[in-house]
Design a protein around this ligand. Structure first.
Ligand code: HEM
Length: 504
């Protein structure tokens, strides 16, 4: 087979790029990995081994064999980068990442197809309804508890001289609040303070899990199976952590409640928190032990961190927009006076506060690409053929920040949701505007929306009512740079906020 000089030159350049890419991003790779991968790419290109996506596939950048488009995208599969690619390749385009096709959807009409009209085709697995059932059951029962946990945050801040003076990183206290809200509903358990050893242990396990799950090593293994043997160290670390982490949650929370329920006495058979309902359903054979683990896993991963990121964003924006802060405070005073507490039932009477939450979720979607969907069979989308087994992501952040769809989307402007966008709601069903999908929509959408939205509105409302929140002395504006992108979008630098009490 004749190999042209041009192809050899391209193969050499590509193999050097692969060498550099892997060297830059893999943590402590196997010594044989880098030269082996680079040589493999060079040979594959030189002999012209294909990496095509088949007839009728969506457009996308030209791919090299084995690694596909990795050379162009590097480790930066974030929402802004993918939005730039959509300007070039269109509302549905394809990236070839190793053996997988990644199909990126950046248009509300096509998002409707993936998430709603063809939700089954692109849903890859049925919804796990267990979460919906139990979330709905316990949410009603625990509403006053959340409010008490939030009032504790307000009184702790009032008594904290650092918070009142130079300011504090408020995240840690809010994290404790969210753990307490979720763990009380889930396990009837509570942590005393941020120094509670169980809190320290639980947060350590969960943040280590997030760190490993968001590592690019995960993508390498998923997209390029031949690299898996070289990622053994990473995979072992993941397995080891998961075993220890689930053992911790099982022993301290699940089994503890199982014992309480099995102990004869007054409390016997009294179903209290979510795990009681879940264990009862497991006992009667309604659900499997895997379902139990799914819920324990998700409460830690999907529920707490996402809500915490959103609170951090919301507070940073209201600190940076004192006029917005004043308007929220004014609305609360007008509607509730000085004494009536803010409860969940008052939120519906506070449209400006709700607009602040929506605007936060629009500008800083915590899960900007939603959770990847997948078509188990070949499918059709926007006139293109989507090869079986493609990963399909909807760039929800871009749908909510595209200047062709929104007026000055880069500005934090809650007023838009009272004016030209007053019909747009954060919802996962019913009348959905497919430009605004912070919780996804359809069969894979977020079951936690019924918790997340009131928690966000209540904590922001309570803090704004109790304090004038400002940047620390000497700082003009809080830094709202973002971090992440493929899986999550959070504030890069946790805000330091000073709290000036407002007397009622
Ligand atoms: C501001 C807070 C939150 C945001 C922005 C958020 C957003 C999301 C998004 C975008 C998805 C994927 C939807 C899709 O791919 O179509 C999701 C899934 C999920 N969320 Fe949330 N979420 C939040 C809070 C919560 C809470 C509080 C809980 C639980 C109490 C929760 C539980 C879940 C679960 C279990 C899934 C997986 C659903 C499935 O795949 O079947 N989330 N969330």
């Amino acid at each position: 087979m004749a190999v042209s000089a041009r192809r050899v030159a391209f193969a050499t350049a590509a193999s050097l790029a692969v060498y550099w890419l892997l060297k830059s991003f893999l943590h402590a790779p196997h010594p044989a990995l880098l030269p082996a991968a680079a040589a493999l790419v060079a040979v594959a290109i030189a002999v012209g081994a294909g990496g095509g996506a088949g007839a009728g596939a969506p457009p996308g950048p030209a791919a090299v064999p084995v690694f596909g488009n990795w050379l162009q995208v590097g480790n930066d599969l974030n929402h802004r980068f993918l939005a730039r690619l959509s300007a070039r390749y269109g509302p549905v385009f394809r990236l070839r990442l190793g053996v997988r096709n990644l199909v990126v959807v950046s248009d509300p009409r096509l998002a409707t197809e993936v998430l709603h009209t063809q939700g089954v085709e692109f849903g890859s697995r049925p919804r796990n309804v267990v979460f919906d059932i139990f979330t709905a059951r316990v949410v009603q029962q625990y509403r006053s508890m959340w409010e008490a946990e939030m009032d504790d945050v307000v009184s702790d801040l009032r008594g904290d001289s650092a918070a009142l003076g130079a300011g504090v990183v408020v995240r840690r206290r809010l994290q404790l609040m969210l753990y307490n809200i979720m763990y009380r509903m889930m396990f009837d358990a509570r942590f005393e303070s941020v120094d509670d050893p169980m809190f320290v242990e639980a947060t350590k396990f969960n943040s280590e899990r997030s760190r490993l799950a968001q590592s690019f090593d995960y993508n390498y293994g998923d997209f390029i199976p031949i690299l898996r043997p070289f990622l053994r160290g990473y995979l072992n670390k993941c397995r080891d952590l998961q075993t220890r982490r689930l053992a911790f949650f099982n022993a301290n929370y699940v089994e503890k409640r199982r014992k309480v329920m099995e102990t004869p006495g007054e409390d016997k058979n009294k179903l209290r928190c979510a795990i009681d309902h879940i264990l009862a359903a497991e006992k009667s054979g309604e659900i499997t032990p895997e379902n139990v683990i799914y819920i324990v896993e998700n409460i830690n991963v999907a529920a707490i961190e996402t809500t915490l990121w959103s609170i951090e964003w919301a507070l940073a924006e209201v600190v940076n927009h004192p006029d917005v802060q004043r308007k929220v405070r004014g609305e609360i005073r007008d509607v509730l006076g000085d004494d009536e507490p803010i409860t969940e039932s008052s939120i519906s009477k506070l449209p400006y506060l709700q607009a602040v939450i929506k605007e936060t979720l629009r500008l800083h979607s915590p899960i900007p690409l939603l959770v990847p969907h997948m078509n188990l069979e070949e499918a059709s989308l926007g006139g293109y053929t989507i090869p079986k087994g493609s990963k399909v992501v909807v760039n929800a952040w871009w749908l909510a920040n595209n200047p062709e769809l929104w007026e000055k989307p880069e500005e934090f402007c809650p007023e838009r949701f009272l004016g030209e966008e007053s019909n747009v709601d954060a919802t996962v069903g019913g009348k959905v505007d497919f430009r605004f999908l912070p919780f996804g929509v359809g069969r894979r959408s977020c079951p936690g929306i019924i918790l997340a939205l009131p928690i966000l509105a209540l904590i922001v409302g309570k803090l704004v009512r109790s304090f004038e929140m400002v940047p620390p002395p000497g700082v003009d504006k809080l830094d709202v740079s973002e971090k992440g992108g493929q899986f999550s979008l959070h504030i890069a630098n946790h805000s330091v906020v000073a709290f000036h009490p407002i007397s009622a």
